[in-house]
Design a protein around this ligand. Sequence first.
Ligand SMILES: Cc1ncc(COP(=O)(O)O)c(C=O)c1O
Length: 389
Amino acid sequence: MKSRTAEKMNLIPFSGIRKVFEKVNELKSQGEDVINLCIGRPDFDTPEHIKIQAKNAMDNGLVHYTSNYGLEELRNVVSEKFKKDNGLNIDGSQVIMTVGANEAVFITMMATLDPDDEVIIPNPTWPHYETCAVMTGAKPVSVPLKEKNGFILDPADLEAAISNKTKLLILNTPGNPTGGVYSESDLEAVAEIAKKHDLLVLSDEIYEHLVYDQARHNSIAKLPGMQDKTIIVNGFSKAYSMTGWRLGYVAAPPDIISAMIRIHQYTVTCATSFVQAGGVSALTSSQECVNEMKSAFDERRKMVVSRLQKIKGINCNNPQGAFYVFPSVKETGLSSEEAAYHFIGHGVAMVPGSAFGEYGEGYLRISYASSYEILEKAMDRIEKAVDLI
Ligand SMILES: Cc1ncc(COP(=O)(O)O)c(C=O)c1O
């Protein structure tokens, strides 16, 4: 009998995060009280002014297809944002509004990769990159992000992974799941290698506004000779708490945009019309809402890191970005999956680091996108549960 699903689907597993969610749901349905720290989205509502602009747009008839590229007004606003925030001159014609950053990653890979091309994906990492690469038939190549380097790519590891088939390098700064942030000199080292080997770089900058302490976000596209090699992926989900709106964007050199728009056109057509009006409001209004969310995240980050650093058996570095901490549980002697299940049994759900790739083994991802009080309660539970290992 013919298989009803494509053979390539055997290469696309369910997400490791989903397994934990299923366990949490099972326990909750049995009346157990489990604090869920697996969530990869801000816990705030979307700011009111953004909602109002989208509602008005809908009432005023912005309910039809937009250009495949997106509203011209929004693409120009994104172009302004690149100038203001990143010091980049990117014309609106080099921008496509997408259905989340997620779609931006997918169309980038579809437009740039042929079967058998190699894509370097430093890990632990957000699992979508590998899945999207596999969907194109390209081969993902893992490179470790080491804790001793702050989970920043070691140039020697990068060089070692490059072959004559390497086409694309994935960079994610600030990073999910580690919270690692590349400094300008970190990026310079990567850029030199990308230029030497003629690699394209997909730079996922969706957490750019969530950087703490002395850390600053830098785009690799800003470095000499890099804008023509870089595809920047970004979106509204994290900075403006708009995950359900599904709005992102991608900026790339004209030849790559011209390839990407064809994938976008034949899959999603365009990002949702009135949602794009909300995007204009997000980028053109006061950024105070972003700063307020960032301050709340920072307060929680400091508390969570300092609490974890005092717990025996857990080693927690001090992540400088996003809203995740990525502590090591190696000293407990448990694998990251065993540790995750142990803590779920004691009322706190976290994602095993192994869900983010082979080099995530031995770690747990904790999202601090929950209230300060809930996070304190979770830390109390973790402290007690460690003693029971
Ligand atoms: C690194 C990274 N890029 C992209 C996304 C997806 O963003 P969007 O909601 O815009 O699709 C996520 C979501 O968790 C992420 O962690």
